[in-house]
Design a protein around this ligand. Structure first.
Ligand SMILES: Cc1ncc(C[n+]2csc(CCOP(=O)(O)OP(=O)(O)O)c2C)c(N)n1
Length: 560
């Protein structure tokens, strides 16, 4: 049988059970598209911008934990994609981006749409491949998936010149599929039971332990074990932005999010703990504040799959590089059941006297209230995506997350424009679930073209634009730390998002001047199918509390 490189790629993607992939065609990936047109197993999702395609792949990957795929052509197709790749790197999201490259014999000539994809990708991918011969695809494509998913997940780029896509091979026997269980890393992922015993002993001896959890719990699918562990030992749980949903927000042990915009009680309880149990976190500055003041009375245990994270930002008492699920399974039987009455009482007192500030409980348009109302109208399995800014932090502070992978947000890179395309990817991978994208009037404009992709596929996505007439989060920083010197944060042009929605063939609603906005919102959210809702909020609303740059978490302002 004769196959060209492009046909080999598509067949190998089918072997990886890829059913949907997003992308945009161009001169240098046309052979791939030609081969894709013959696939009966893979549906192509035509994005309207390669960044959108990358984020659609992220939405699929973030909700399933499996590597998802996007396509882009050489040159501007690749450069457009890079933001979504960098975003995936910082949040450890497994995606495989397959990029067309100019023919190999033209490389280095500044040919039309030539960019050095390999070079550009090095610092923002987990790994990347340049394919110089069609026969190499047989190991490179499965390897790209293995690398993307295994250990600490991350994005991988496979760059394929057009002549390699067109190179024909005579294939007598299709090579056997390389399975993930063949990989060395998984085989070696065993743990030393003495390490687990040591962790258990430290926890059992601690009077005031506290869990600090993050995205590693998601990636290792260990949320159920985390719940069992926390309950058995009565240890409160503080989460990073990436870990929200891994522990039910309404559980009495839940402390919600810590750090820059964490609840006052969460950051104050961190001051009191004598043992910080850090699982799947990287001690990033948004979570820790001034790191030298973080958990001043605590010894620290750190478990993470990536050895490079251990003792990177904060020295620990004991650290282990391992899969958290394996560690938790071994740890739970060794942990003493313990009510920790005194510590529980202290935590409850701090919690009660230092709540999240809410200014006006009866105002529908007060952001924290608004997010709580949205939360009360949606089922716990609804997938929420956010963009970046104040609205993102209000969601993190107040939305009642119950399950892992129900919050998809750009934690590490903080990329405006993330919410809508990621929602599309999430809906494509979870056709039975409702997806709600909570965005800002700044962020939504950064990938608004993807409303066309949403309309094409008629997905069950509600886009809520929390509209404060500008770049609210930056305005807030100017108000607090730049003497109210506002520059470039107020929008002159305020587009009508309902008309924009309608122009894409979607339903559009505006809750401005609505006589009974609660009822209207309830009615809209009970409908299915795509729509956009504009909800105005006061441009002076702030996310409170906030830890000033360089300060310790306990030095937050606006906590009263
Ligand atoms: C691509 C990108 N550009 C710039 C920023 C810096 N930035 C962070 S938040 C923000 C304002 C976001 O405005 P909006 O989406 O309206 O959300 P709001 O803060 O008003 O809720 C900006 C400009 C960013 N995070 N991402």
């Amino acid at each position: 049988m004769k196959c060209n490189g492009a046909e080999i790629v598509i067949k190998l993607l089918e072997e990886q059970d890829i059913q949907k992939l997003a992308g945009i065609p161009g001169g240098c990936n046309l052979p791939l598209y030609n081969a894709l047109s013959k696939s009966r197993k893979i549906q192509h999702i035509l994005a309207r911008h390669e960044q959108g395609a990358g984020f659609i792949a992220q939405g699929m990957a973030r909700t399933t934990g499996k590597a998802a795929v996007c396509f882009a052509t050489s040159g501007p197709g690749v450069t457009n994609l890079l933001t979504a790749i960098a975003d995936a790197k910082l949040d450890s999201i497994p995606i495989v981006a397959i990029t067309g490259q100019i023919p190999s014999f033209l490389l280095g000539t500044d040919a039309f749409q030539e960019v050095d994809t390999f070079g550009l990708a090095i610092p923002i991918t987990k790994h990347n491949f340049y394919v110089s011969s069609a026969k190499d695809l047989f190991h490179i494509i499965p390897e790209a998936f293995r690398v993307a998913e295994e250990g600490r997940p991350g994005p991988v780029i496979v760059d394929i010149p057009k002549d390699v896509q067109l190179e024909e091979l005579e294939i007598d026997n299709w090579p056997a599929h390389v399975t993930k269980s063949d990989s060395n890393l998984l085989k070696n992922n065993s743990i030393d039971i003495n390490d687990i015993k040591k962790i258990a002993q430290m926890i059992n001896e601690s009077k005031k332990p506290l869990l600090y959890i993050g995205g590693g719990i998601l990636h290792s699918n260990s949320s159920n074990y985390l719940r069992e562990f926390a309950k058995k030992s009565n240890i409160p749980v503080a989460s990073t932005l990436m870990g929200l949903g891994c522990f039910p927000s309404d559980d009495k042990l839940s402390l919600g999010m810590l750090g820059m915009h964490g609840a006052p009680y969460t950051n104050l309880i961190l001051r009191e703990t004598d043992l910080l149990i850090a699982f799947g976190v990287r001690f990033d500055d948004r979570a820790t504040g001034n790191i030298s003041e973080f958990c001043p009375k605590a010894s620290i245990i750190h478990v993470d799959i990536d050895p490079a994270e251990l003792d990177k930002n904060k020295l620990t008492k004991f650290s282990v590089a391992a899969d958290i699920q394996i560690v938790l399974k071994e740890l739970i039987p060794l942990i003493k059941e313990d009510g920790r009455e005194e510590w529980s009482k202290e935590v409850a007192t701090i919690k009660k006297s230092n709540p999240l500030p809410v200014t006006d409980y009866y105002n529908f348009y007060q952001p924290i209230n608004l997010i709580r109302q949205i939360g009360s109208l949606l089922t716990p399995d609804t997938i929420i995506t956010t963009d970046v800014g104040q609205h993102q932090m209000w969601v993190a502070q107040a939305y009642p997350f119950q399950h892992p992978r129900t919050l998809l947000t750009s934690g590490g890179l903080g990329t405006m424009g993330f919410g809508l395309p990621v929602a599309i990817g999430a809906a494509l991978a979870n056709p039975s679930k409702k997806v709600v994208c909570i965005s800002g009037d700044g962020s939504i404009l950064m990938n608004i073209q993807e409303l066309a992709t949403l309309a094409d596929h008629n997905l069950n996505i509600t886009v809520i634009v929390i509209n404060n007439g500008g770049l609210g989060m930056v305005r807030q920083l100017q108000e607090l730390f730049f003497d109210e010197n506002y520059i470039a944060t107020k929008f002159e042009c305020k587009p009508d998002f309902t008309s924009i929605a309608k122009s894409f063939g979607l339903k559009g609603y505006d809750l401005k001047d609505d006589k009974n906005p609660s009822n209207t919102l309830k009615r809209i959210l009970s409908e299915s199918g795509p729509c956009v809702i504009n909800i105005p909020v006061d441009s002076k609303e702030m996310v409170m509390p906030i830890v000033p740059p360089g300060a310790g978490n306990h030095e937050m302002i606006g906590s009263e």
